[in-house]
Write a protein that binds this ligand. Structure first.
Ligand code: ZN
Ligand code: ZN
Length: 337
């Protein structure tokens, strides 16, 4: 099969992904083999390819928002039939027995594997995934629309949960979103459907600020602009640590700033008064399968509409360059031939 691989991390402008012909993998006991039709492009792919995250495998096939159809099934893999449409996300597999796994926090599992980072992902014609960690996708999303839901969407959903706002709190809540790429543009749709007013801070005008307005943001400003009112909570999707003090300054007492990225530049020191008043800062790490299932159901009922920019399979390097330079409106998706 054809696959894009990274051998040694390098800046994406050096076009470090290499196209190769490799042996078609066969599914293990509890796994599915998928013919990939689309794979979303995520900022985490940039962090993997450029070496912001440690290397676990070389060569590696990146990509962790896979939409495909089942072409082979391991002897012990339950729940899917040949031809079924399946989604594969970042959380690839967990141990099932550690303290985190048995307490509904499998996202923190010490032995977890991750699609497109510690195991091969979906920038390829075919991919392998454990059946128990694969999702059925709602019919109202086609393959291209569904791909960005599988990381950008699920992570945004978990960020909304970790703001600490309960179902009844959302109506009239004021939510800040910092950085408005793939995750932000899905997250705003959920938040608005729940009844929140959304304030978007993002540095990029042509694509990101315009899309935020189009999707109903109450107010849109530059990255570190202060929104005109105090916010109940804020989510930072941009990997920029200097946004943390800015977001803390924007929330009211008792509010939470949720950090949605897997990697962030150092957070500058800040005055205690910014976090005093029982303000909280917390990160989001990965997702549980429950997050994925709940999010997909909510996304289908809103319904969320993903804005995508499609790249052909041979444009994988170009897609990462576009992502890095803020040139993608909504979410980038690699489309297989
Ligand atoms: Zn575990
Ligand atoms: Zn991702």
């Amino acid at each position: 099969m054809k696959a894009w691989t990274i051998e040694r991390p390098a800046p994406v402008n050096d076009r470090p992904l290499r196209s190769r012909e490799i042996t078609l993998p066969s599914p293990g006991e509890d796994e599915l083999l998928l013919k990939v039709s689309a794979c979303g492009i995520c900022r985490t792919d940039l962090h993997v390819v450029e070496g912001d995250l440690p290397v676990h495998r070389s060569p590696l096939i990146p990509g962790h928002q896979i939409v495909g159809r089942v072409t082979a099934i391991g002897a012990g893999a339950d729940g899917f039939a040949i031809g079924d449409r399946v989604g594969v996300a970042w959380l690839n597999r967990t141990c099932g027995v550690c303290e985190f796994c048995v307490n509904d926090r499998e996202n923190l599992c010490e032995q977890a594997t991750f699609t497109g980072w510690t195991v091969d992902g979906g920038f390829a014609e075919s991919a392998i995934a454990p059946a128990a960690f694969s999702y059925r996708l709602p019919d109202n999303f086609d393959d291209i629309q569904a791909a960005p839901l599988l990381c950008a969407g699920i992570i945004g959903y978990r960020c909304l949960r970790l703001t600490g706002l309960s179902v009844s709190d959302w109506k009239g809540a004021r939510l800040g979103i910092y950085g408005f790429g793939a995750a932000g543009h899905v997250c705003i749709q959920l938040a608005r459907a729940r009844g929140a007013d959304v304030y978007v801070c993002t540095r990029e005008r042509e694509h990101h600020q315009a899309l935020a307005r189009e999707l109903g943001a109450t107010w849109v400003g530059d990255a570190t602009d202060q929104p005109p009112v105090k916010l109940h909570a804020a989510i930072i999707f941009a990997p920029a640590g200097d946004l943390v003090p800015a977001a803390l300054a924007a929330i009211r007492k008792g509010g939470t700033v949720v950090l949605g990225g897997i990697h962030m530049s150092p957070i500058p020191s800040f005055d205690y008064s910014l976090i005093y008043g029982e303000r909280m800062v917390r990160s989001v790490a990965n997702n549980t399968r429950a997050d994925g299932g709940e999010f997909l159901a909510e996304a289908a009922s809103v319904p969320v509409r993903t804005h995508t920019q499609v790249f052909s399979f041979d444009q994988a390097n170009d897609a990462l360059i576009a992502l890095k330079s803020d040139a993608i409106r909504g979410a980038g998706v690699l489309l297989m031939d």
